[in-house]
Design a binder for this molecule. Structure first.
Ligand code: SF4
Length: 378
């Protein structure tokens, strides 16, 4: 399958949130400028190296891509179009944080083809936002939202987190109500994970971070599902909800285990059965790329069996599951010949549903998804 998707990583943030283990740094405008020099060279190299079709999806993720000022944003968008052709109807998504956009920057994005924004809102409760180390507050969400609509963005995702320290079911309900009232076209909703190397990890180990108990977190997840489904959103992935016609096409590339190119420090790409990882360190990334070299530090050929496992594990995140036809087309073998025993076992347990078209998680399976995924690993 020829690649037609591109991920661009922008590793800059205004400050570091307490739970964040993403590849993001607080930096200066000068470093950001030089990062763009490197990105320009890497885009050129990647476009030349991989046989690709005009792009169908592009995702600027971070970090916070909207940390660039308007001029830098214009530079970033222009270099994308200089190195790659876009297909008709391409989806170009840009991650942003409330409080990091103004009308000028949003117009620049729009004029250069960006048609989907994704705001890291996380909560509408100011006290919880402070606990997370987020810089924005509820008012900033509304201001950025209005600016985005004013600039003409008709497809907006809002990220939401639950299972937060001190969060109650009532607080989550208030956030759900506020979010649904705004009416974004898409919502991604994840429970907090305490990751090693973060302040949250240290505080958790010291007993200073009190999280909702597991049963309550499960109740929160159920509340999120019910809330969005009642409001007319389709739950199309275990953590993602969309109004009709607004599924994230870029993320579906990942979940369908299809290829994508990736550029930027620490970015991961998957092309021609090879996964690669870029240099994470920003100065070293800049140094390597401005010299015209690819900043790849790790490459792994994904063996056939592992590709098949990935197709199942990633595909079962989607509510539509994995179709027999798609699996056979992607791997040249029948899914049931490879995973028949595992599928039957989990079907009997009521965690997988199987029909003539394919396999998907049941409602119960959604809550025990990690156990199902693990069973597909050899
Ligand atoms: S805004 Fe996002 S990427 Fe940046 S520090 Fe916070 S969680 Fe990490």
């Amino acid at each position: 399958m020829r690649v037609s998707s591109l991920y661009v990583h922008i590793p800059f943030c205004a400050s570091k949130c307490y739970y964040c283990d993403f590849n993001s740094y607080v930096s200066t405008s000068d470093v950001m400028e030089r990062y763009l020099d490197g990105l320009d060279r890497e885009l050129e190299a990647v476009a030349a190296e991989y046989a690709h079709d005009p792009l169908k999806t592009v995702f600027f993720g971070g970090g916070t891509p909207t940390m660039f000022d308007s001029r830098q944003t214009e530079r970033m968008m222009k270099m994308l179009h200089r190195h790659f052709r876009m297909s008709d109807g391409v989806e170009i998504s840009v991650e942003a944080n409330p409080g990091t956009v103004d009308l000028e920057k949003l117009h620049v994005l729009k004029e250069h083809g960006a048609n989907r924004l994704s705001f890291g809102v996380q909560s509408f409760e100011n006290d919880l936002l402070v606990k997370l180390g987020r810089l924005h507050d509820r008012d900033a969400v509304y201001q950025s939202w209005e600016l985005a609509r004013k600039a003409g963005f008709e497809s907006i995702n809002l990220d939401l987190m639950f299972g937060l320290p001190g969060q109650t079911l009532e607080a989550l309900e208030r956030t759900l109500r506020a979010l649904i009232e705004l009416g974004p076209e898409h919502v991604s909703s994840y429970s907090l994970k305490v990751e090693e190397g973060t302040p949250f990890y240290t505080w958790h180990n010291r007993g200073q971070l009190i999280l909702p108990p597991e049963e309550e977190e499960t109740q929160m997840y159920q509340m999120v599902i019910d809330g969005f489904q009642r409001a007319g959103y389709e739950m199309y992935e275990i953590s993602n909800f969309a109004k009709p016609g607004h599924r994230s096409r870029h993320n579906q590339v990942y979940w369908r285990n299809e290829p994508y190119m990736a550029v930027g420090s620490g970015a991961h790409g998957y092309v021609d059965g090879v996964r690669y990882i870029n240099q994470k360190n920003v100065p070293e990334y800049i140094e390597t790329t401005v010299q015209g070299q690819r900043p790849v530090v790790e490459q792994e050929v994904i063996e056939v069996r592992m590709q098949q496992e990935d197709t199942m594990i990633l595909g079962l995140r989607l509510m539509e599951g994995v179709s027999f036809a798609r699996f056979a087309k992607q791997h040249g073998v029948e899914m049931l010949d490879v995973f028949g025993d595992t599928i039957t076992r989990f079907e009997k347990l009521g965690l997988l549903a199987v029909d003539e078209t394919g396999v998907r998680l049941t409602h119960q399976g959604v809550f025990l998804a990690n156990e199902v995924y693990a069973a597909f690993l050899e």
